[in-house]
Design a protein around this ligand. Structure first.
Ligand code: PMP
Length: 408
């Protein structure tokens, strides 16, 4: 956790918002942070600083600049480890995003699956937490079992007892749905997994932007998230794995930077995390992510969560009053984050978002990389508004006013 005293933590939404140059420069109502969050000034400065004072490759250089670049890269790893509650920075693997973290995992940890083994996913998953596992199942002759959802749009954990069998090796689920915003009760999943010796993988892409975690306490095995959703740069992400799990895993990509010794015939690989970081990593982006993590640690997350919950409640309540609008997901603020998807009857989600764009409202439309979920719901897609620490009441009120206009 942050070493800062509580009093020094940032809690005022207006002060937080002022730290985002892009938001300060425009009148845009940016309601698409679940796709990509904006970057605060300190992150932009860290990227600039990398380009002007630090840029060098990270391994194999003994000159001062290379040592400084490496020190900052490893400091960013330590920042991420602290944010996640990891046992050590060596448990943090830098990837290019959530998608690349989950593909790495399926290709590395997954390769030891045998024919007939089972992988449990849910109907709520993003394609990034579905397709790598399906491809793995095809390669290894494994079976996919799918956890359904409740009518409210949450993982149906009551079905765990039917879906998780003694053959289950991996349970890979979302920590927070990018469509319904529902938060996952991890303890129940870990309980089911332990009973059969399966590993638990959480897709944290939508949870990590909402404050520090304690992954050791959660008792899971792997966690993935993206830098660009946690107020950092694009092109960087994280795979966290428990040390004993990572130590046991073969590399996915092979090449430079990840070896111990290569002869004309053989190769020995470095220990984690380097074993999983083949080639030159996104050095500047990792350093930028470190700055984003430190920025997040400077926020009073109790106050930020209250702010986000208040805005989410305000939006849900207003949407409930609009006749043609239907919310996809929980309609209260209980156990959910401010990711709010909805449909407008008689209008496609693209048309809804195009019309909202005319009012300066930036929302995402479509299937949100969760087509199986859309098929299950019998809809083409949904419009989605997502709430961040810098979102204002005015953003929400303008959205409601715009929707009231177009749904008239
Ligand atoms: N999982 C979830 C739940 C997501 O919301 C996203 C981003 N839309 C991803 C995975 C994929 O993240 P990325 O595109 O950064 O790899």
């Amino acid at each position: 956790m942050s070493p800062r005293s509580r009093a020094a933590l940032l809690s005022d939404p207006a002060t937080i918002r002022r730290q985002f140059p892009l938001l300060a420069r425009t009148r845009l109502h940016y309601l698409d942070s679940a796709a990509t969050a904006q970057m605060p000034e300190v992150v932009i400065a860290a990227l600039q600083n990398f380009g002007t004072t630090l840029r060098a490759n990270v391994y194999g250089g003994v000159y001062k600049l290379a040592r400084e670049a490496l020190a900052e890269y490893e400091a960013a790893r330590a920042d991420v480890a602290r944010f996640l509650g990891a046992a050590s920075p060596q448990e943090v693997v830098f990837t290019y995003g959530t998608t690349s973290a989950l593909n790495l995992l399926a290709h590395s940890f997954g390769e030891r699956l045998r024919e007939g083994d089972e992988i449990v996913l849910s109907i709520l998953e993003h394609h990034s937490n579905t397709l790598p596992w399906r491809a793995l199942a095809r390669r290894r002759g494994a079976e996919i079992r799918v956890l359904p959802m409740t009518p409210e749009g949450r993982l149906d954990l009551a079905s765990l007892k039917d879906v998780v069998t003694a053959k289950c090796r991996i349970i890979a689920l979302t920590h927070c749905s990018n469509v319904t915003g529902a938060l996952t009760n991890v303890a129940e999943i870990v309980g089911s997994a332990r009973a059969v010796g399966a590993a638990v993988v959480l897709d944290g892409a939508q949870r990590a932007p909402h404050g520090p975690l304690d992954l050791q306490e959660l008792g899971i095995d792997f966690y993935a998230f993206s830098g660009h959703k946690t107020f950092g740069p694009t092109g960087i992400g994280v795979l966290w794995g428990r040390g004993d799990r990572l130590a046991d895993m073969p590399p996915f990509m092979v090449g430079g930077q990840m070896i111990r010794r290569v002869t004309p015939e053989t190769a020995e690989f470095a220990d984690p995390p380097r074993r999983f970081e083949a080639g030159t990593p996104p050095i500047g982006a990792a350093i930028g992510l470190g700055a984003a993590i430190r920025w997040m640690e400077g926020l009073d997350w109790g106050a930020v969560a209250n702010h986000e919950r208040r805005l989410t409640g305000r939006l849900l309540e207003a949407l409930a009053g609009l006749k043609r609008v239907r919310v996809i997901g929980p309609v209260t603020t209980e156990q959910r984050r401010g990711v709010v998807s909805f449909t407008v009857s008689g209008m496609g989600s693209e048309q809804v978002c195009r019309r909202l764009d005319a009012y300066g409202l930036a929302l995402r439309h479509g299937h949100h990389c969760a087509q199986p979920l859309m098929l299950t719901l019998g809809i083409e897609g949904a419009a989605r508004a997502s709430i961040a620490p810098y979102t204002t009441e005015d953003d929400i009120d303008q959205l409601v006013a715009g929707l009231a206009e177009i749904a008239r």
